[in-house]
Design a protein around this ligand. Structure first.
Ligand code: FES
Ligand code: FES
Length: 1004
């Protein structure tokens, strides 16, 4: 990795706020019992006297009364409602809370408010010009699309303001150094650096750009860089809200034999408690609080109190008795021998519909006779590959605000999938359909970790909802950084055993893969992750026979689930490292081997839908060729045996396919009687800019300009109460799936406008075109309002779709069954139209994912390895991706950069290490876990290939995840090419490289 690892030294850290660290548990032989914190026998409220204080913020004096322990961040956010200063880690490790103190950047979460008295505080709200014009840095952030989710943007901009004040003409290195303490988990660093340099150079007005394929301004770009984008933790209710804390298991496997709240109930300020046995029974192996702890961090009970300090103090007063069981950590051993104590009754293996015996796999794909095919090879190459546990760590922690009005529940929620979340919350709380509304207008990154698509993933929302009901008041639950890292899902570690049969000429006779996934204490998305990993193994190379067998094994470790790529990053590392070995055995250039053996148009896919779809319009070959040219492969590549010297350079390559989504989407466009257009996008706004891409597809189809989009169209998104139903925001499905449903809706609307105009005028519908809010043709120029006045309103027809492409069998992940959906609007969409748009002309569309629509990618890495130490640097990453059709160029580049950087962390740096004897995560803090910072990433060259797929909107394919798969195998293969040693386990740390060199006798 890059050797410049210093970070966060630029801030002047004020008085650090201590966090009570009272030990909660003492060990017995097999029992654990909570003990009270010292001095907690008196259960008086944890109240600290408030003192007067005046804060000078953005040139204004604000008199306040605050407790001495109040941090500057909380004073700004909670007392002054300046929520543009974001709360991320809350412990001085992410930079989201950066403000200026007398012109110097500081982490406001690490300063007490009282220490800012008498000094000048500047926040993101104070940097715009007096006339409201954006600060040049904010303008550059908009122009360069420097925000993805935007949760890091205010803090990063404040760091940049300080930099430009001191150094008006910084170099790229200066920018990276100055912003090195601001983490961007979306990995938008290249565009953030570009924005700072553009602001320093004097912003050049942005040239006009087409809506589709260009760099149009995204829908919420201005909100994100001015601090006016409101995330869940920024929600303020006039009636105020209670604060919640969750008591979690300190041990990996135990039954709860007693919970005593008596002292908590006497603590002033506590308004409600919730025990695991109050949680309703529902069909899942995991409840939002559990009476049997199955991993360290499993939630057991919770408290809501007037303030966060009291809620925290209350946890220390809960008396908890646990009966400890032998923990299960070794998945392979469980498969071989079983375990004395089961993690779940019913079996050791997580299946799609619950626990099952260890002799039954979670999923198997097969085609042809694998053993026979392997025998037909001249060689059978075997290998074992190990991947680690990765955390999502979005900069915005999970947060929810729950509020009841009668039997109706509203959740403001950092949630990728508002519609499905509302649906599963109704299910687990046993509420009638339509009772729950989920609002998630902005979320600060998700990466799959905020995707509530099954009852087992309703954890923080369920707790907040039940406490709000019990207390009769709204409740907020905001995770700590530690909870963010492992209280909910992570990326499953996996082990792969590969056997590949191959002829001397490179033809592959068979690919056999056995995968074992320690899925943690609960299944979560473990079974579908196993399945999708199988797609990753089976669908890149031509082979006579295939077999993939996977087991998701229950273990008492953090729960694995969906994380950007959903099984692919693990599988692609294993497959592509293995295929490099195959090429090497045959003495072939690894690029040429892939060019010969990759799947191509007309070959059959093997997917979770069980369909043998044919590949069509694959851009894989072009990705390989253009990526190779960008890294200068053919001039530079040499066999490792030819490398000499202490510092050796090497090249690595990898390739993959990826789905463009899953399940179904609805699209709706309403034209109001006054001619105004409403586009209610149900997709979650997790930072990918899919909502903007969908908006551009619609606006382009209806002939609006970017400026007209601001004034003539009302865009809504990510609110289950006001938008068209969509399944979830994951699986790279935003543009492809919901974009297609909305494109269908736009075409439907155009036809209906033309039909109505034809009826009004007596001309044929074909004579009319739709443009800029008008219907023009046959010598008439009609406004939308004119036409709607004469058109039928509300739902008049089934949603539009292309019968040849848009209605396909889908996998029902609750049952594991493949089903044929009906092409009709979801009942929620129907109700939305009836409730809000019954007086409107409606265009509607439908799409059920077409598994033939694959995105393709190839990644290349160049590294330099120090043969004396095993230290290495990644010098260059080239990422070539077939996106079908560019909908938004900035968005595509940002996904390649961001996915590539996320994958670089996965491949080379990140691992949540779990103690193998206790199951306790040992590095649950950002400074020990180490996501990629601005100082860590190498030059990245995106190569964009366009091979349109007929199912996609204008041909677009999914591409949000494929870039994540690049770095781990490409860097591993490049290390081999440089140093002649294979590393079959990620992350590819220097220690591992050193070990491999030493074992091979190659360490100099
Ligand atoms: S550094 Fe303050 S919120 Fe992360
Ligand atoms: S845009 Fe930086 S964290 Fe999302």
């Amino acid at each position: 990795m890059a050797d410049s690892v210093s970070r966060r030294t630029f801030v002047k850290i004020g008085a650090a706020m201590g966090v009570a660290g009272a030990a909660l548990f003492k060990a017995g032989q097999h029992a654990w019992r909570a003990i009270a914190a010292p001095g907690a026998a008196d259960v008086a409220a944890n109240v600290i006297e408030k003192h007067p204080l005046t804060l000078n913020v953005n040139g204004q004096a604000h008199p306040l009364q605050v407790e001495d322990r109040r941090t500057l961040m909380l004073a700004l956010r909670e007392d002054l409602n300046l929520t543009g200063t974001k709360r991320g880690c809350n412990v001085g490790q992410c930079g989201a809370c950066t403000v200026l103190l007398d012109g110097e950047p500081v982490y406001s979460c690490m300063m007490l408010a009282r220490d800012a008295e008498g000094r000048q505080v500047a926040t993101i709200e104070g940097i715009a010009g007096a006339d409201g014009a954006l600060h040049p840095l904010q303008q550059a952030w908009v122009d360069k699309m420097a925000s993805q989710c935007g949760h890091c943007s205010p803090g990063m901009i404040m760091s940049a303001v300080a930099l430009l004040h001191e150094n008006p003409k910084p170099t790229e290195a200066d920018v990276k150094q100055a912003l090195g303490g601001n983490l961007c988990r979306c990995g938008n660093y290249p565009k953030e650096v570009e924005a700072v340099l553009a602001a320093a150079a004097g912003n050049v007005p942005k040239p006009e750009t087409p809506l589709v394929g260009g760099r149009a301004r995204t829908l919420d770009a201005v909100n994100k860089c001015t601090g006016t984008a409101h995330y869940t933790c920024d929600v303020r209710l006039p009636e105020g809200m209670l604060h919640t804390k969750v008591l979690r298991s300190p041990v990996a496997h135990a039954s709860v034999s007693g919970v005593d709240f008596s002292r908590v109930n006497r603590l002033a300020g506590v308004k409600a408690t919730l025990n695991w046995d109050e949680v309703p029974n529902y069909a899942s192996d995991r409840r939002f609080l559990n009476g049997k702890a199955r991993y360290v961090g499993d939630g057991i009970c919770a408290v809501a109190a007037e303030d966060i300090y009291t809620a925290q103090h209350a946890l220390e007063l809960i008396e908890l008795d646990l009966e400890q069981h032998d923990p299960v950590f070794d998945a392979e051993r469980v498969l071989r021998q079983g375990s004395a104590v089961l993690v779940h009754r019913g079996g050791e293996v997580a299946g799609f519909v619950g626990p099952q015996a260890r002799d039954k796999n979670t999923i198997q794909f097969a085609r042809g006779e694998i053993e026979k095919a392997l025998k037909e090879g001249d060689f059978v190459v075997e290998g074992r590959y190990v991947t680690q546990l990765q955390c999502h760590v979005p900069i915005e922690p999970h947060c929810v605000v729950a509020k009841w009005e009668g039997e109706k529940l509203t959740l403001w929620n950092s949630e990728q999938s508002p519609h499905n979340c509302a649906h599963v919350m109704e299910k687990v709380l046993k509420l009638p359909e339509g009772s729950v509304r989920v609002i998630a207008t902005h979320i600060g990154g998700g990466f799959g970790g905020k995707c509530t698509d099954s009852p087992g993933k309703t954890l923080y929302q369920g707790i907040a909802a039940m406490l709000a009901k019990k207390a009769g008041r709204p409740v907020r639950l905001e995770y700590t950084n530690k909870e963010l890292m492992f209280a909910e899902d992570t990326r499953n570690p996996m082990h792969f055993e590969m056997r590949v049969g191959v002829k001397k000429d490179g033809r592959i006779t068979g690919i056999d893969c056995r995968a074992v996934q320690p899925t943690g204490g609960y299944a979560s998305s473990g079974p579908p992750v196993c399945a999708v990993a199988g797609e990753g193994v089976m669908n890149t190379y031509r082979a006579d026979a295939l077999r993939y067998t996977a087991y998701a094994v229950y273990t008492n470790t953090p729960v694995g689930g969906e994380l950007r790529g959903f099984g692919h990053p693990q599988a692609v590392f294993a497959l592509e490292t293995h295929m490099d070995k195959v090429a090497d055995l045959l003495n072939l250039d690894p690029l040429e081997f892939r060019l010969q053996q990759h799947l191509r148009d007309g070959d059959k896919l093997l997917t979770v839908e069980g369909e043998a779809s044919e590949i069509r319009n694959s851009g894989l070959r072009e990705c390989l060729e253009r990526g190779a040219a960008a890294i200068n492969w053919r001039a530079k590549w040499q066999h490792p045996s030819k490398k000499t010297g202490r510092l050796r350079r090497g090249l690595g390559v990898r390739m993959s396919q990826e789905h463009s989504g899953r399940d179904m989407s609805n699209g709706v466009i309403a034209v109001r009687p006054d001619g105004r257009v409403v586009v209610p996008i149900g997709y979650g706004n997790l930072g990918t800019q899919s909502h903007s891409g969908i908006a551009f597809i619609v606006a382009d189809a209806l002939g609006f300009t970017r400026e007209q989009m601001d004034t003539m169209i009302e865009f809504r998104w990510a609110d289950s109460g006001t938008t068209a139903w969509d399944f979830v925001a994951d699986a790279s499905r935003g543009i492809h799936c919901q974009g297609k449903a909305f494109q269908n809706a736009a075409l439907d609307l155009k036809q209906k406008l033309a039909d109505a105009a034809a009826k009004m005028t007596g001309a044929s519908a074909a004579a009319f075109t739709v443009r800029s809010g008008r219907v023009v043709g046959a010598g008439r120029n009609l406004s939308f309002a004119d036409v709607v006045a004469k058109a039928p309103r509300g739902i008049q027809s089934a949603p539009a779709f292309n019968p040849a492409q848009d209605v396909n069998k889908i996998l029902n992940e609750e049952t594991g069954q493949v089903v044929q959906p009906e092409p009709k609007l979801h009942p929620h969409t129907v109700k939305l139209i009836e409730r809000e748009f019954s007086d409107c002309l409606i265009g509607s569309g439908f799409y059920a994912y077409n598994p033939a629509a694959k995105g393709w990618g190839a990644g290349f890495a160049e590294v330099e390895v120090d043969m004396e130490s095993g230290r290495y640097r990644v010098l260059h990453l080239v990422m070539a991706h077939d996106v079908g059709k560019i909908i938004h160029l900035d968005g595509v580049e940002a996904q390649i950069h961001g996915g590539g950087i996320f994958g670089l962390g996965y491949g080379t740096m990140e691992e949540l290490q779990v103690d193998p004897h206790s199951g306790v995560p040992v590095n649950p803090a950002l400074q020990w876990y180490r996501p990629v910072t601005m100082l860590d990433y190498p030059p990245i060259t995106p190569v964009i290939v366009e091979k349109p797929d007929p199912a996609g909107p204008l041909g677009a394919k999914g591409m949000g995840e494929n870039p994540v798969f690049n770095a781990a195998p490409a860097v591993a293969n490049a290390i081999y090419n440089a140093a002649g040693v294979r590393i079959d386990e990620i992350p590819l740390t220097w220690v591992r490289v050193n070990d491999a060199l030493r074992k091979a006798g190659r360490l100099m």
